[in-house]
Design a protein around this ligand. Sequence first.
Ligand code: FSO
Ligand code: SF4
Length: 540
Amino acid sequence: MFCNQCEQTAKGFACTVRGVCGKTHETDVLQDLLIYTCAGLAEVALLAEEKGVKKPEVDFFLMEAMFSTLTNVDFDPERIRDYIEKAVELRESLKKEANIQTDSPISNFKPAKSMEELIKQGEEREIEPTVFREEGEDVGSLKLTILYSLKGIAAYAYHAEKLGVRNEEVYKGFKELLVNIFKDKTSDLKTWVDRALETGRLNLLTMEALDRANTSAFGHPQPTKVSLGAKKGKAILVSGHDLKDLYELLKQTEGKGIYVYTHGEMLPAHGYPELKKFPHLAGHYGTAWQNQQKEFEAFPGPIVMTTNCLMPPKDSYKDRVFTLGPVGYPGVKHLLSEDFTPVIEMALAMEGFKEDIPGKEIMTGFARNAVLSVADKIIDLVKAGKIRHFFLVGGCDGAKPVRNYYTEFVEKVPEDCLVLTLACGKFRFFDKDLGAIEGIPRLLDIGQCNDAYSAIQVALALSQAFGVSVNELPLSLILSWYEQKAVAILLTLLYLGLKNMRLGPSMPAFLSKNVANFIAQNYNLKPITTPDEDLRSILG
Ligand code: FSO
Ligand code: SF4
């Protein structure tokens, strides 16, 4: 196997024996084969569209299948095999319906019948080394950057589409880029740099669609207090990012005497009016994804993983985990629909929390509408010199101890500065009381990584209000990355022309030296150093 798509990749190079995340060789090569098969389906879908045959279910399938190859989503070779077979089935039926004949290898791939042979086919089509061998290191690096961002886009588009919102321009561009990765042998670097930025643009459109989907279904998030304690009684824990899954579960558990708790990236769900209206949405339990083995083990009820980041479950709680949609793990129960009956039955059969557990209260729900509703006040405070600087300390968490940088950074931010945050990296400081500046809390949780669009809108609105470009605002982005949604967001920020961002805890292994230099020179993207040094160089 060869996988270098996430921040924790082995030795900062690639996982080649077994994933640090727990992904096996078999799953890895099958995922590469699935991506190859999806490229074939995308190619045939584009040809069919030219002939006027358009199947929305093909686009949705592509999003779900590509999402399943993202870090910490699907570890189950059988489920990846099902996706490969479904992709070929959809491709062949499209060919028939639109009368398409093509000799393109990706569009004619035939999956082997036995698992053993299928794995061999995957080994022959391993994406990373093939890409590097054929077009040289720099084009290979850009192709991987684009491919990984497409996985991020797939995740966002999957959530949006589940709520009935889609963007046809994104789906078309997505399919074209996926096909190009496999078929376009041009070694012209400029072409691939332009395509990487185009991927960033498509991701912005996708995040806009997701923001629209979430806010039209559940309302605009409002600043909301969330308890970190627990109530005596039966309990279900919901993790991942999918708000629709949480909503369905809340509806199905209504009046059943079960409390529902959020975990990890589900925390911002508490801010949405249509979700917080359920009185049995009781609070938030636990912290970021990398702590789940300890936290899930201690939770006295079933656990629903709606998306990443799933870690290999320990035997002590494996039988209490349920996966959904693109998520999967061998031997873990998988729900085929949003019918949560098995989860509810398990919760009812368990005792739950034996007593009330007191906990701190924290705030979430500072998405774009909430922040912009006090924009005038914020602008006045900046003009009066009472707010000196904004720091967006956002992104993913992870297991590496060097990620303490982000905790220390937030602790050291001077008292006349605001900290905006999003995604699971915030669990390193989300329960700190940073106080307020004239009633504006100094720590504002914008939401999930999926809400990066909201943060971008806040920055754009401030730049308009001050009549300067975003790069001239007293705003610094201190980013942490882990998986491929973060790669897509980074490309969006580069597409928007954002400069001087700091990225950690390490630079992506898939960026070649030349590509990394190109980004450093053109965007002044810097690796994090120490909190003191970075604060000094930003604030002077
Ligand atoms: Fe975190 Fe995982 Fe949200 Fe990521 S839970 S690391 S960027 O998948 O999606 O922030
Ligand atoms: Fe390694 Fe990350 Fe790939 Fe898992 S997803 S195999 S940890 S690079």
